[in-house]
Design a protein around this ligand. Structure first.
Ligand SMILES: NC(=O)c1ccc[n+]([C@@H]2O[C@H](COP(=O)([O-])OP(=O)(O)OC[C@H]3O[C@@H](n4cnc5c(N)ncnc54)[C@H](OP(=O)(O)O)[C@@H]3O)[C@@H](O)[C@H]2O)c1
Length: 348
């Protein structure tokens, strides 16, 4: 971790106070790599464009998506638009929650002082300010802190898409959530329960209690047993982690069951776990079960729905650990160790 100047290193608060209004503290990266490529820097404060909202960031989420952009792995994400040789956006970070500082002239939904949350893909959330397109934001759930709200957008939107739109979970269905203690999985468990499903969550020993606490009916500790043990069958499997083979996943499905692959790491430096997702889609037309995947794209209606789910108490954010802005590299290393048991959040 390198700091931009000695004043910041010794007196971070004083550094902020002395800073001209056009400057801000931000985590930046000029190359792909480990957490060591990240450094705290005084950089130009963004200005809201015509359709943008300038947000004073109070909290920002850290998840696997952030890790992919910091490391540039798998290489597929570079081709997907994040920058071939170096990240296009110097400031990483995708989820944020904060207060509106200024709005562009075409912005109609927000005003200065509003508490908001949303996604900062392409803008960067690991900074004191971020200028975000209006349609990437919603008013923050009134019952959540900034830290909790920053844990929601990317993960809850992916869970909502997987459970509601792709799996179309119905009351009484048996649903298996592999990765139930993680960012996406913790919301998938809660949303599937709200649709009346009987939910089994898969997690490691230390996170089993947490999965039960968010409402799972049953749990499987993947360090002690496998999802196919005992011949259990599920109508829907949301495979968010673990890279199990398609044949093993299919054995745990009912004959007409549906497998939705949300993610999975350890698939190699070039395409990550995407090959498994492609194979699932190619195999699907030839078997009685439905095997599919999706890429979650944020949209204002779903973000608004996530806000309403939070305010109704249907979903709650599990924040496992917070780090200050200057310790984003430590947060990334913590994520790499695995088993965070919820979302990691940066506070500012
Ligand atoms: N398709 C999309 O649009 C989309 C959107 C968002 C994210 N994703 C992807 O979804 C994946 C998960 O993201 P996340 O933020 O939820 O990650 P995360 O917070 O790190 O959670 C990972 C989860 O997987 C569990 N796990 C780890 N190894 C396992 C194994 N061998 N068997 C069963 N469970 C295991 C973990 O349990 P313990 O912690 O208890 O060990 C944890 O519950 C990533 O690959 C991400 O890129 C996809």
């Amino acid at each position: 971790m390198q700091l931009a100047n000695t004043a910041l290193m010794t007196r971070p608060t004083a550094g902020v106070e002395l800073m001209a209004e056009t400057k801000m503290n931000a985590i930046v990266q000029d190359e792909y790599g480990s957490a060591d490529v990240l450094r705290l820097e005084q950089t130009d404060r963004p200005v809201a464009g015509d359709n943008e909202v300038l947000v004073r960031v109070h909290a920002a989420g850290v998840d696997r998506g952030v890790w992919h952009v910091v490391t540039g792995l798998p290489y597929l994400i570079r081709i997907a638009g994040f920058g071939l040789c170096a990240p296009k956006t110097r400031i990483p970070g995708m989820d944020l929650a904060g207060v509106v500082e200024a709005v562009g002239k075409n912005v109609t939904r927000f005003k200065r002082g509003d508490e908001v949350f949303g996604t900062a893909i392409g803008a960067g959330a690991f900074a004191e300010y971020a200028s975000i397109r209006e349609d990437k934001l919603a008013l923050k759930p009134s019952n959540l802190s900034f830290e909790q709200a920053a844990a929601l957008p990317v993960s809850a939107l992916a869970a909502l898409k997987g459970v509601r739109d792709v799996a179309k979970v119905q009351p009484g269905q048996k649903v298996l959530v592999i990765g139930a203690s993680g960012g996406v999985g913790s919301f998938a468990v809660q949303i599937a329960k709200s649709y009346g499903a009987e939910v089994t969550g898969v997690a490691s020993t230390r996170n089993i209690e947490g999965v039960l606490a968010i409402g799972a009916d049953h749990v499987i500790d993947y360090t002690r047993e496998e999802i196919t043990d005992g011949g259990r069958k599920y109508d829907v499997i949301l495979d968010i982690a673990g890279n199990r083979s398609l044949s093993q996943l299919r054995r745990a499905l009912t004959p007409k069951g549906m497998l939705v692959i949300v993610g999975g790491e350890n698939g190699g430096r070039w395409i990550g776990g995407v090959d498994r997702q492609l194979r699932a889609m190619m195999l699907s037309p030839f078997v009685s079960q439905k095997l599919t995947t999706f890429v979650s794209m944020e949209n204002p209606e779903d973000l608004q729905h996530v806000k309403e789910l939070a305010e109704a108490g249907t979903i709650t954010a599990v924040v496992s650990k917070t780090f200050p802005l200057s310790q984003v590299p430590d947060a990334i290393r913590y994520l790499e160790q695995g088993h965070p048991g919820g979302k990691i959040v940066i506070t500012m």
